[in-house]
Write a protein that binds this ligand. Structure first.
Ligand code: 8NA
Ligand code: MG
Ligand code: MG
Ligand code: MG
Length: 371
């Protein structure tokens, strides 16, 4: 059985990436690693409840979880459509993609009679290739890891099609769910093996959506670039050059193809046992360490895990572009691998609704292992 702490780590780190990244989403200029880190440090030092609000990424991830819990771990498109739509109308100002609002309005107006219809009609019938399906796919990876019959590619497809019907969006969501599912079982050492499994998933996702090996724009070709970057080990002093190169090659856009492999790179980079946390962060003591009412004392090993996760989120946001979504997806993968111990209490205090996300993760875990 996958420990509940890993479900919690996944969803809490996804929340943290969204909340931290939202401050930088589509800034006109990319921010340096140092600038991003200083902002995060200030966020955690504030020691106020919820200065950081979450965006559409978390609103919809919560909605996916709620629907999965209600449906005993199954994807039921009508239930999911209702849950996503409810989340949208509860707060339409959480930074949704331009096409999302119309889909939710149409779903509601037709009383969810055809959960796939409105999304299929978008963009003259081509459907959205945005990353909005992938950004809420983490719970599907969690449920998929517990299912006897994993991988759950078909369920991911059903869940994604409610808002995103384009083949590129479906493949991206499938790859993201697979990344979470595989990260849950990561042994802490063999990143090459994790990469190989993901590259195979990317190839299967490409085939399923009619992309072909060797095509310049495919998940397979992006994963090949991920491997190249993983093979380099630039010094911490060159982290901004690394970010510029990664952002240019893999992308930081709102499209699934130009964001999911980017998030995967951020996660695998951090999970390499050889990875050195940036000195700004390895010298950092979570502020709550001075305030026992917020952070309980943590072991050296736990401190290192926390630094690793924060290093990952800082790097992801320093790439620029769709920072909340890329950091949220990268966080989900790393959080699934490291578990809830990797989340500093001072960070959880800063992120909106962290208690609700935490209990939702526990409920999802219960459902995953009770059916
Ligand atoms: P989406 O479905 O609106 O897709 C995002 C954008 O991609 C669209 O608005 C189009 O510009 C473009 N696009 C997608 N498919 C096509 C197509 N077939 N042909 C031409 N253009 C296309 O939204 P989503 O849910 O996928 O987006 C997720 C992103 O939106 C996340 O980054 C999330 O954080 C949010 N976001 C919102 C804003 C905002 O200004 N409100 C900005 C960035 C990101
Ligand atoms: Mg967002
Ligand atoms: Mg969406
Ligand atoms: Mg975004």
């Amino acid at each position: 059985m996958i420990p509940c702490a890993k479900f919690r780590g996944c969803l809490l780190a996804a929340l943290a990436g969204d909340c931290l990244g939202a401050q930088f989403e589509f800034s006109p200029r990319r921010s340096s690693f140092r600038t991003v880190w200083l902002a995060f440090d200030a966020n955690m030092r504030e020691r106020r409840r919820w200065p950081l609000v979450y965006t559409d990424d978390t609103a919809l991830t919560r909605a996916v979880c709620e629907s999965l819990v209600d449906c005993r771990g199954r994807v039921e498109p009508a239930s999911l459509a209702r849950s996503l739509t409810d989340a949208y109308f509860k707060a339409t100002d959480r930074g949704y993609g331009a096409a999302a609002g119309g889909v939710f309005e149409d779903l509601r107006d037709a009383n969810f009679a055809d959960p796939f219809g409105p999304a299929a009609a978008l963009f003259e019938g081509r459907g959205s290739y945005g990353n909005g399906g992938a950004m809420r796919a983490a719970p599907l990876g969690l449920i998929g890891a517990a299912a006897a019959a994993a991988p759950n590619a078909e369920e991911v497809q059903l869940a994604t099609r409610v808002t995103h019907s384009n083949a590129l969006a479906l493949a991206g969501a499938r790859l993201m769910a697979a990344a979470v599912r595989l990260a849950l079982r990561f042994d802490g050492v063999d990143v090459d093996r994790l990469y190989d499994s993901l590259a195979a998933e990317a190839a299967a996702a490409d085939t399923a959506c009619g992309l072909h090996e060797g095509e310049a724009s495919s998940y397979t070709s992006s994963m090949r670039q991920v491997k190249e970057f993983l093979g380099k080990h630039p010094a911490s002093s060159a982290v901004d050059e690394e970010a510029r190169a990664v952002a240019g090659a893999l992308g930081t856009e709102v499209t699934a193809l130009r964001s999911v492999p980017t998030a995967i790179y951020c996660a695998l980079r951090t999970l390499r046992p050889s990875h050195r946390v940036h000195p700004l962060i390895s010298e950092w003591q979570p502020p709550g360490n001075q305030n026992p009412s917020i952070d309980e004392a943590v072991s050296t090993e736990q401190r290192q895990q926390q630094q690793r996760l924060v290093d990952c989120l800082t790097f992801a946001v320093s790439l620029g572009g769709d920072t909340d979504t890329i950091a949220s997806m990268a966080g989900a993968i790393v959080g699934a691998a490291l578990g809830a111990d990797a989340l500093p209490a001072s960070l959880m205090l800063a992120c909106e609704a962290s208690d609700a996300v935490d209990s939702l993760a526990t409920r999802l875990h219960r459902v995953a292992y009770s059916s």
